[in-house]
Design a protein around this ligand. Structure first.
Ligand SMILES: *Cc1c(COP(=O)(O)O)cnc(C)c1O
Length: 456
């Protein structure tokens, strides 16, 4: 099929939709390092994890061997409300850039939560419901995960308690109100409702909070409340598993038109959208069936892959969660307050960390003013107002397309457009007013934070 027959949006028929999630770990020779019990330093068992997580999710978390896990019918029905998400051929962007490259993006912002996070929220809520739980607790930073989870919980009739990082709670009142509209309770973190929160407030009065602290609060409440478990929207193996639906749809759509991706690009916060997007492509790469250039893009203000250390670290500030081996900046690391949007977690998915350590993917970092410049360009050319997080991938996709312009190569560039920026207008306002700044942590700051890594 010739390229001009490729539609602006490639959709899939119902019969072409993924029926199972794909577990990349099954094809990895070097498996991601196991989660460790912070007390005994022994690998966590399903039983231990099940105190915090739903049992089925604890099993998925530790399952390094099952390649395909069937998507339950109830989840498939929910997916039908907003999936398949479109794979868009960015004809307008290509023309404007004057590049011979073909650019495709997978747009995950077409649901009320505004991001890809709903793909895992519905799965986690489903398994909680199936286990007969009353509700779940979680944290949210920029707010997308909390929104997605509150939607999934209201659909299934589960209670949802969200601990929202205080600065976001104050800066993003509309996110908070969407969550409350879907029935979730939203508490600014640190709060005086938990031991961890009270301790932090006593030590750092006036703190605006961090993801690591909100996680500790949510875990404490889940473990201490009958019929509740904790759920997390990124970083974990189970989340990457659920998000593989993004990559499976993308690959099916490309295959339908005989298109072979050359470069696959995604923004990386905790690694869930990137891990999901690349899953089936990485599978081929791991099995030696095909090769792809895979690029993770992170903010220069929170550069876990590009400036962090590959080591066991705490996943949260309160040190109640299992230890994970990952690229990390240290669990005390808090990105500068001028950093807009998500992508502010100190660590990275242990699956992606292992793949990066083994040379299966690249990573790069970009400054936020460049990111917003790319976001503005993209909005004006392609019509979608992108989330700041997603715009990290846009920036690098544009750079790669411009390189193709120099070399005259018609590469196929695929990137993940993870969400919309409607709730990030304060950040856009700062950019439009010329008040947005960049902050790059010094080597000294990163070293100080890494000094506190647990001795494993
Ligand atoms: C949460 C989020 C991200 C980053 O999280 P990952 O787990 O790294 O995917 C990126 N984009 C959007 C829109 C998000 O909501």
């Amino acid at each position: 099929m010739s390229n001009n027959e490729i539609p602006y949006k490639i959709y899939l028929e119902e019969s072409e939709m993924p029926k199972a999630w794909y577990n990349m770990r099954a094809d990895m020779k070097n498996k991601p390092a196991p989660l460790l019990n912070p007390g005994t330093l022994q690998p966590m068992t399903v039983e231990e994890l099940s105190v915090v997580f739903c049992e089925e999710l604890a099993k998925q978390e530790l399952d390094n061997d099952t390649k395909f896990i069937e998507i339950p019918d109830e989840i498939k029905s929910f997916y039908k409300m907003y999936r398949p998400s479109p794979l868009v051929r960015a004809y307008c962007l290509e023309e404007k850039l004057g590049t011979p490259a073909h650019i495709y993006y997978k747009f995950e912002g077409n649901n009320t939560s505004g991001s890809h996070k709903l793909n895992s929220a519905i799965a986690q809520a489903y398994y909680a419901k199936k286990q007969g739980l009353k509700g779940v607790t979680t944290e949210t930073g920029a707010g997308q995960w909390g929104t997605a989870l509150s939607m999934a919980c209201s659909y299934l009739g589960l209670d949802c308690k969200v601990y929202m990082v205080k600065c976001s709670y104050e800066q993003k009142p509309f996110r908070r109100e969407v969550m409350r509209t879907y029935g979730a309770s939203v508490t600014p973190s640190p709060s005086d409702t938990t031991n961890v929160g009270r301790k932090l407030l006593a030590e750092h009065p006036g703190t605006t909070g961090s993801l690591g602290c909100a996680i500790s609060e949510a875990v404490e409440v889940a473990v201490g409340t009958e019929g509740y478990r904790y759920v997390l929207g990124s970083v974990l193996n189970q989340v990457l598993l659920h998000q593989s639906v993004i990559g499976l749809e993308t690959k099916a759509a490309l295959d339908k038109y005989g298109i072979k991706a050359d470069i696959i690009i995604g923004c990386a916060g905790g690694g869930s959208n990137l891990g999901g997007l690349i899953a089936p492509f990485m599978g081929e790469k791991l099995r030696g069936e095909a090769d792809y250039r895979i690029i993770a893009v992170e903010p220069k203000s929170c550069p876990s892959f590009t400036r962090g250390t590959y080591a066991y670290d705490f996943c949260d500030t309160g040190m109640v969660c299992p230890l994970a081996k990952m690229y990390t900046l240290g669990s005390d690391f808090i990105p500068a307050p001028n950093h807009a949007g998500g992508l502010r977690y100190h660590g990275m998915s242990s699956t992606l960390s292992q793949l990066y350590a083994d040379g299966y993917m690249e990573a790069t970092s970009v400054e936020q003013t460049e990111v917003f410049k790319a976001a503005e360009y993209f909005a004006r050319v392609e019509g979608i107002l992108p989330a700041p997080e997603s715009s990290h991938a846009i920036k690098v996709a544009i750079d790669e397309a411009l390189k193709c312009k120099e070399t005259g190569e018609a590469k196929n560039i695929v990137f993940g457009l993870t969400g919309t920026g409607y709730f990030d207008m304060y950040a856009y306002e700062a950019y439009n007013d010329g008040k947005m700044t960049d902050y790059i942590p010094t080597d000294d700051e990163i070293r100080k934070s890494l000094e506190k890594l647990p001795k494993v």
